[in-house]
Design a protein. Structure first.
Length: 423
């Protein structure tokens, strides 16, 4: 992609504001919304690593999105680094549980709902598009020109909110390119993605969004069959699984899962990154003095504030966790966000430290369900960080606006990051 009219059209396209803002939970104290890991750690001291959800609540605080919609099914959340890591790796004892939570919305055979060996086959259909070589090419040809174009616009302003101008916008534009969506519909797809991923807060609206995405993708599949390109949809149409083509329902399931995940998670991570680096000026100054710290700054951000905080699992057998027996078939949300702040595993777990010795975190999970887009997300974060340090070194928070606040329990990000671009 070069600085052509096509790039300008993409940069100009309308993206609705607030589509990935964290959702407030009625009745949840602000302290829990802002610092859920500390709350969960306190509960853990009494309940252990498998915390039961009773009547949609944990220790009297509402967590309705972690409770099963089946009132007869026991519900738990799992915390602690060692426990969460075990559940991520042991797919025979802890199967993916998207049937209740996501299959109705995403469709059958969605990549996140499968376990090996079928999961491995489905993942292989699109893994090349998210591999290291593809990401390097995408970075030079698409990510860097998009970031530069967005920063051109930010640099021309006296004040700016980075969320609608950059952190929400870049992932939408990039995923729109990868899917070769009609540019004029980027905003529509982004809005539908945000509604789909808010299922835990408005189930009926998420169902409506799912149906509309299905209609849009069916139309695009029909067009790509007769006029294929080098996009994800065309690759899925041409792919073979056990010597058979995927049917339209399988392709739609892929698209309906990959599209919103690629937009939302990186958008949240970007807003979190800019919030923490600008809220404490010493972080920004440290990076200005030493660009080699950029990869560590990104990894520490992912540990400290993983944009997605949980994944659904289901025990396949009665199994003991921390002295509590979880029955086979129970609803189990595995809290990767808490694992990344576990004081039994990390020193100073709630402190952001870009020089922290590199250690495995669980922001993208592990094992067979390691996020397929983790290399793409990391590249976006690092390109934004390096380009911003080079082009807007004097950027600082706007003292006339409220400071950014990262909040959310199911997913975390900042609603606003108001800055003065040139300090």
């Amino acid at each position: 992609m070069n600085r052509s009219s096509a790039l300008q059209d993409i940069l100009d396209t309308h993206i609705p504001s607030g589509i990935f803002a964290p959702h407030a939970v009625p009745g949840m104290p602000e302290s829990v919304d802002r610092m859920p890991h500390q709350f969960l750690e306190r509960v853990r001291q009494a309940e252990g690593d498998a915390i039961p959800i009773r009547d949609g609540m944990i220790d009297g605080v509402p967590f309705p999105f972690f409770a099963s919609r089946d009132p007869g099914r026991q519900s738990y959340v799992a915390v602690g680094f060692d426990t969460v890591k075990r559940m991520a790796l042991d797919y025979e004892s802890f199967a993916q549980d998207y049937v209740e939570h996501m299959e109705v919305l995403m469709g059958k055979n969605v990549i996140g709902s499968l376990d090996p060996p079928l999961h491995r086959k489905y993942r292989g259909l699109v893994s090349q598009a998210f591999g290291a070589q593809a990401i390097t090419t995408l970075s030079h040809e698409v990510i860097e020109p998009l970031v530069d174009g967005l920063l051109d616009r930010i640099a021309a302003r006296d004040t700016c909110d980075l969320v609608p101008s950059l952190t929400d916008r870049l992932p939408v534009l990039l995923i729109g390119h990868i899917f070769d969506l009609p540019v004029e519909h980027y905003g529509r797809f982004a809005s539908l993605s945000g509604r789909l991923l808010a299922a835990g807060f408005n189930w009926e609206d998420a169902l409506d969004a799912s149906r509309e995405l299905e209609m849009l993708f069916r139309d695009m599949i029909d067009k790509r069959r007769s006029n294929p390109g080098d996009d994800i949809i065309s690759r899925l149409i041409a792919a073979r699984l056990d010597d058979e083509q995927l049917d339209d329902d399988d392709i739609i399931s892929f698209c309906r899962a990959l599209l919103p995940a690629g937009m939302e998670t990186t958008a949240r991570a970007l807003s979190g990154m800019m919030s923490v680096l600008l809220s404490e000026r010493a972080h920004w100054e440290r990076l200005l003095a030493n660009r080699d710290l950029a990869p560590g700054a990104v990894e520490e951000l992912l540990r400290w504030n993983a944009p997605a905080q949980a994944m659904p699992k289901r025990p396949t057998r009665d199994i003991e966790i921390g002295g509590r027996t979880l029955p086979a078939g129970a609803s189990l949300w595995v809290l990767t966000g808490h694992a990344n702040r576990d004081p039994l595993h990390w020193e100073r777990p709630h402190e952001y430290d870009m020089t922290r010795p590199r250690s495995q975190h669980l922001a993208f999970s592990l094992g067979p369900h390691l996020c397929i887009g983790h290399q793409l997300a990391r590249r976006e974060l690092e390109v934004v960080l390096r380009r911003m340090l080079d082009r807007l070194p004097g950027m600082r928070l706007d003292p006339d606006s409220a400071p950014p606040v990262i909040h959310g329990v199911f997913s975390r990000s900042a609603d606003r990051v108001d800055v003065i671009p040139h300090g």
